[in-house]
Design a binder for this molecule. Structure first.
Ligand SMILES: Cc1ncc(COP(=O)(O)O)c(C=O)c1O
Length: 399
């Protein structure tokens, strides 16, 4: 008997990606990697965390820091988040906030909460791979979310067949993988579509704080609040994260939603992990209070210079026929190669011949299209490495 025969049907949908094998080569010396969408560890507020953990383990706080705690999350951190959400235009109360172990956990719970097998999740084409993996376990069908309304609710409903369209998921600011931002009109059109479909809207704000230029656009949840007056009447569920701003390793994120949604998510959290690590929430709370407002501008300055270096290098070194996005924030530039080229083949030869890495774009498409795309991350290399890496990419593209 093979143990595989015992696995639930959903397990067959969870596949390790082939590119992971290739990316294992990243440990080799001399590789310049634009692959991982990860923050630069030099930018972690490490001293702040060191003080915060010492305080949490000191005589006054240790009993609480090392103890079980409530599933909703550490109250002072949720209070800080009420203020933070207000600053970005979202008026909500403590009971509208759940702390999660990273926003990835929120995506998993939302898949679990909304998707029965055969239901439809509307997602970008391409979209964040981690969202596809999280939702996929709940056996949905994926349909392509068109933002500026060339597909109406009736068309989506007809395509959904026997299942229902349960939610649309997107990251409206500097999306992973494209770096693109949805403009105000697009956000309003999405709210209209969600109303017409009577579905939820999952707004992934993972990169929201990382804007380098251009004017901030209100979160979709803020726009819906302006329409409906109370968060309790909203269908947008906002997922936030401290991973891209303070530290991904502590695994602290949050969800903002109407109370009945939060209550249901709390039950899921109780079943899954009881609560996110108390001491990590306490440390994030202390560091956010002490330095969020001064730390984020510093992070923005560093990534903005790297984005500029990458855009300039692409301009200099990309051959004719290659196009790329010009993100106003975040960590990614999305490159479209001439039709017929394959990003995975390019990665294999780029690793071997010029020692650079990136992520082939295909993995971000639910239907496996997009072979001629690649994602470049500029967040974790300095400007010199970016210029040299893009020069080498140009070299391998010219063949
Ligand atoms: C768009 C997006 N959402 C969510 C996440 C998950 O982040 P975390 O679970 O660390 O909050 C990521 C991580 O890369 C991401 O790019």
């Amino acid at each position: 008997m093979s143990m595989h025969e015992l696995f639930a049907t959903r397990a067959s949908r969870m596949k390790a990606s082939e590119i992971r094998e290739l990316l294992k080569l990243l440990d080799q010396p001399g590789i310049i990697s634009f692959a991982g969408g990860i923050p630069d560890p030099e930018l972690f507020p490490a001293d702040g965390f060191s003080e915060a953990f010492q305080a949490a383990l000191g005589p006054e706080q240790q009993a609480q820091a090392l103890q079980y705690s409530v599933s909703e999350g550490y109250v002072p951190l949720r209070e800080w988040l009420v203020g933070h959400m207000r600053e970005i235009g979202v008026e909500c109360g403590l009971d509208n906030i759940l702390i999660t172990s990273g926003s990835q956990q929120a995506l998993d719970y939302l898949g679990k909460l909304y998707l029965s097998p055969g239901d439809t999740a509307l997602v970008g084409w391409p979209t964040y791979l981690g969202a596809l993996s999280a939702f996929n376990a709940y056996e949905p069908r994926f349909d392509r979310l068109s933002i500026n309304g060339n597909r109406g609710a009736a068309e989506y409903k007809a395509a959904a067949g026997a299942g229902a369209v349960k939610f649309a998921y997107l990251s409206p600011d500097f999306a992973n993988p494209t770096g693109e931002t949805v403009d105000l009109r697009g956000r309003e059109a999405l709210l209209d579509l969600a109303d017409d479909l009577n579905c939820a809207l999952i707004e992934d704000g993972a990169y929201q704080a990382l804007r380098y230029d251009g004017d901030a656009i209100p979160p979709i949840l803020a726009l819906e609040l302006a329409r409906k007056g109370s968060i309790e009447d909203c269908r947008t569920i906002y997922c936030g994260s401290f991973s891209k701003t303070l530290s991904p390793g502590l695994r602290v994120g949050w969800v903002v939603a109407p109370k009945p949604v939060i209550s249901q998510l709390v039950l899921m959290k109780q079943a899954a992990d009881l609560h996110s690590a108390t001491i990590n929430q306490m440390a994030i709370d202390q560091v956010a209070r002490a330095c969020f407002d001064t730390h984020i501008p510093m992070v923005r300055r560093a990534y903005s210079a790297r984005r500029d270096a990458m855009l300039q290098a692409l301009q200099e070194h990309m051959p004719e026929g290659v196009q790329w996005t010009k993100p106003e924030g975040g960590m990614f530039i999305w490159v479209t190669l001439p039709v017929g080229m394959d990003g995975a083949d390019l990665l294999a030869s780029a690793l071997e011949t010029v020692k650079i890495a990136f992520v082939p774009g295909k993995a971000f498409f639910p239907d496996g299209t997009g072979a001629n795309t690649i994602r470049l991350s500029f967040s974790n290399s300095d400007e010199d490495a970016i210029r040299e890496g893009v020069r080498r990419l140009g070299e391998v593209l010219r063949g």
